[in-house]
Design a protein around this ligand. Structure first.
Ligand code: ADP
Length: 821
């Protein structure tokens, strides 16, 4: 056995050096004078460095030791030879017996040192023999030829014997040293003979397997170590016979019963005739590595399972010879089968959706027969009624000729399918919207425009508006760069096309013939990267019509699809026409309103003038009657004429006030005693009151109520309310009764009420009483209360109608601000 590298004799050592506990690696190697131990103090050092650091000093020290030892050995050996020679002489031995004794001494000494020492001792022995046993005695002269021959034979014999002894001795030492070198390796090395009996067992083997050298040697190796092979012993022997070597992994049991994995390298030990006499085994403990590998495999398996779970993809194997199926955990989950159950084709078909069953069955039969890779999507119907979509991909693996199999993956694509269906639906919805929207929609290809804009930007143009001013032709170039791609039904119809194809490939030049300003603004907006643009404009249709439209454009996204522009065009011709009409109607209406105001004014004048005119007429008639008497009563005539003048003056005043009111002029303000004004108003009505035999009561305020107002207008209010009270419907026999009260309210305002004994106010009419032209009377004008409200409010007061009256009819209340005394 020879050592081929330092690694094979490297061993770890632990020892106490001074006060330090040292761990060190020891490397053994051979030198000319024997084996040396070299210490590696840690770290990786080269062999040469090891030799330089440790071996050279050791060897130097060894040479000094050797010289001393050699000197002592030679002295002792020389003394022994001398003593033995003297003893032989004393005993009277002649040359031959003495030579034999000294030969034995030289041979003995040869056991302790090299051949050089043997030569030295042989020569010394010859000298002693010559001195004491060859005549003439006690001289170094050799008297006879016979003695000379004897001495030469002795010298040669002793040299030969000593060299032989040295050779045998050194061979034995070498064998032992080499064997002990194997103890330096941490590998377990042992030798088995042809019958598997252990013949050598190194220290590494003792440490690894636990048996000492003496316990192991002589035992049957595989029985002792309970070896478990991962390949058959036959295969191993085959390899050994072929190459003399085998390398592999074994499982063995140590003395403590622990199972370990070893990496084993076997070499045949051959005899001279190259027949195997045994096997050298070199074993390394790889249990730790195996455990790490197993853990790694386990974690890789866990990662794989997790990855399968995350990707909803299970794996499977289908052995075509046996029909066996192998499923991964995720495949079990996809098929909704408890892990651990035996997967089978029957189970696969049972889970397949009934509508897909025939196709799947055909596919499996075909796959089995053709052994071709396949890929298929179908549905599964789960026991709870859920439907799953799966994609199955399989590859036929002919790796093992005897049992070809499909290896594949099954992916749960339900979520993908649903997402795709949703996408499709949304796409359809969009398509439907695009096609059916009652708005003309166009998709324009703006890639050329984008290129032109890019060019402008690179030239540093930032203000496109100014650029258009400087380069008027560029606007047309932009129009030509916008190309129709698609148009919806409404778009085709609105623009008088025969079909969507008529638009495809056209530029928008013709369309914007009448609205280039709009197009220009749209381009500026686009250049400024605005996402939307909207403007009302006019567009030219394919058949030459000009339509009023609301033009809107949306850029799909500058970053995602800058080349596409969506244009929406809403036909607003009807609205524009309606607006035109509306404007016309509004003008007409304004005219009508002016007429209406005029009508209201006329009605007011007519209403208010009615009463003084009636009074004038009455006074005129009375005057005529007095004058036509046989004896005219001129005083009465004078009275009538005075009344007539007075009423005519009042009528003129009324007209003046109404006109002023209509013109929005504020009423004239003078301080008025309210009760005085009420008294005057009732005076105007004296003829009416008399004619209707009405009973009018005026309950005055206890203290004078001074208000600021226009006397004529306040008269009008009281006269109108009183006339309404006189005219209120009532049973035929009853006379009209009116109560006028004045006083102050809780808010310290002047209040007067006019109550009557009529039928009162119909609650249904309560909200409308003060509207212009609202009347329930056949000959009414519906202006009285309206005029009252205007006058009262102009004086900062309020007028209200109440259905509850102390004398049974209506009750109108007016409150006005009091002028402080
Ligand atoms: P006109 O007297 O011409 O009808 P008014 O504006 O003075 O116009 O009155 C509007 C309506 O209010 C009357 O037609 C009547 O129905 C109702 N009305 C006004 N005063 C009274 C009242 N004292 N009693 C009952 N109804 C009244």
């Amino acid at each position: 056995m020879s050592l081929t590298s330092f690694d094979t004799v490297m061993r770890r050592e632990e020892f106490i050096e001074g006060e330090r506990h040292v761990h060190r690696a020891v490397v053994g190697f051979r030198t000319g004078s024997g084996n040396a131990l070299v210490r590696n103090d840690g770290g990786v050092v080269s062999t040469l460095e090891l030799f330089r650091r440790r071996a050279v000093p050791l060897l130097a020290a060894g040479r000094i030791e050797r010289h001393r030892w050699l000197l002592a050995f030679w002295l002792l050996g020389g003394a022994a030879i001398g003593l033995f020679s003297l003893a032989c002489a004393a005993l009277g031995f002649n040359l031959i017996p003495a030579a034999l004794v000294l030969l034995l001494v030289v041979i003995f000494l040869a056991l302790f040192d090299s051949c050089i020492s043997s030569v030295f001792f042989s020569v010394l022995a010859v000298g002693c023999l010559n001195f004491w046993f060859v005549g003439p005695l006690h001289t170094f002269i050799i008297g006879s030829r016979h003695d000379l021959a004897t001495l030469i034979v002795f010298l040669l014999s002793s040299l030969f014997a000593a060299c032989l002894i040295r050779l045998v001795h050194s061979l034995g030492v070498s064998e032992r040293e080499q064997a002990s070198l194997l103890d330096l390796t941490s590998d377990a090395v042992f030798v088995r003979d042809a019958d598997d009996i252990i013949t050598y067992w190194n220290r590494g083997a003792e440490e690894l397997y636990g048996w000492s050298r003496h316990e192991a040697i002589g035992k049957v190796a595989h029985e002792l170590l309970k070896t478990r092979f991962q390949v058959s012993l036959l295969e191993i022997n085959d390899a050994l016979r072929r190459s003399g070597r085998w390398e592999g992994e074994l499982i063995r049991t140590t003395r403590t019963g622990r199972r370990i994995s070893v990496s084993s390298r076997w070499s045949y030990r051959l005899n001279d005739r190259r027949n195997s006499v045994g096997t050298l085994e070199c074993n390394t403990d790889i249990s730790e590595r195996k455990r790490t590998e197993d853990e790694l495999n386990r974690s890789q398996a866990a990662y794989l399972a997790e990855a399968q779970k995350l990707s909803n993809t299970g794996s499977f194997g289908w052995n075509l010879s046996t029909g066996e199926l192998f499923w991964s955990g995720e495949t079990f989950r996809i098929f909704g089968v408890e892990e651990g159950a035996t997967p089978s084709m029957a189970l696969v078909l049972e889970r397949t959706h009934p509508d897909d069953l025939a196709v799947v069955r055909d596919l499996l039969v075909k796959a089995h027969a053709d052994r071709r890779d396949f890929r298929h999507e179908h549905r599964l119907l789960m026991p709870n009624g859920d439907v799953k979509h799966v994609r199955v991909v399989a590859r036929c693996d002919f790796g093992s000729k005897n049992s070809p199999q499909f290896v594949g993956a099954v992916m749960d694509i339900t979520a993908q399918k649903e997402a795709y269906a949703k996408l499709e639906k949304s796409e359809q919805r969009y398509r439907y919207l695009f096609d059916r929207m009652p708005i003309a929609l166009w998709q324009l290809n703006a890639s050329n425009l984008v290129a032109q804009f890019k060019q402008l930007r690179s030239e540093g143009v930032t203000d496109l508006d100014a650029y258009f001013d400087e380069n008027p032709a560029f606007l047309r170039s932009c129009m030509e760069a916008m190309i129709f791609e698609e148009a919806n039904e409404r778009g085709v119809q609105m623009f008088g096309g025969r079909g969507a194809d008529e638009f495809k490939g056209r530029s928008v030049v013709g369309t914007f013939e009448e609205s280039s300003a709009t197009f220009r603004r749209a381009m500026v907006s686009r250049y400024q990267r605005n996402t939307n643009f909207e403007e009302e404009t006019k567009m030219v249709t394919l058949d030459g019509r000009i339509v009023d439209v609301l033009f809107t454009t949306a850029r799909v996204g500058f970053s995602k699809d800058p080349d596409t522009s969506l244009v929406g065009v809403l036909d607003i011709s009807a609205r524009v026409e309606a607006e035109r009409r509306l404007q016309q109607v509004q003008a007409e209406f304004a005219h009508a309103a002016r007429l209406s105001v005029l009508g209201e004014l006329t009605a007011s004048i007519a209403h208010e003038i009615n009463q003084p005119l009636a009074a004038i007429a009455n006074a005129g008639a009375a005057g005529l009657r007095w004058i036509n008497r046989p004896k005219p009563d001129l005083d009465e005539v004078r009275d009538s004429l005075t009344s007539m003048l007075h009423d005519a003056k009042r009528a003129a005043e009324l007209i003046g006030r109404i006109r002023a009111m209509a013109n929005g002029k504020p009423p004239e303000r003078t301080q008025l005693d309210l009760d005085e004004v009420i008294q005057e108003a009732l005076q105007f009505l004296r003829h009416e009151i008399q004619a209707r035999s009405a009973i009018v009561t005026h309950e005055k305020s206890r203290q004078p109520l001074v208000i600021a107002g226009d006397r004529t207008q306040v008269h009008q209010v009281i006269v109108n309310l009183a006339i309404n009270a006189l005219q209120a419907p009532r049973p035929q026999q009853s006379n009209p009764q009116i109560v006028v009260r004045s006083g102050t309210s809780a808010r310290n305002r002047a209040v007067f009420t006019i109550e009557d004994n009529g039928a009162g106010i119909n609650p249904c009419h309560a909200n409308r009483l003060f509207e212009s032209f609202f009347t329930t009377k056949e000959t009414g004008m519906g202006m009285g209360l309206r005029i009252c409200k205007s006058i009262v409010e102009a004086h900062g007061g309020e007028i209200t109608a109440d259905t509850v009256s102390s004398i049974g009819g209506a009750c109108f209340s007016v409150n006005l601000p009091i002028v402080p005394a």
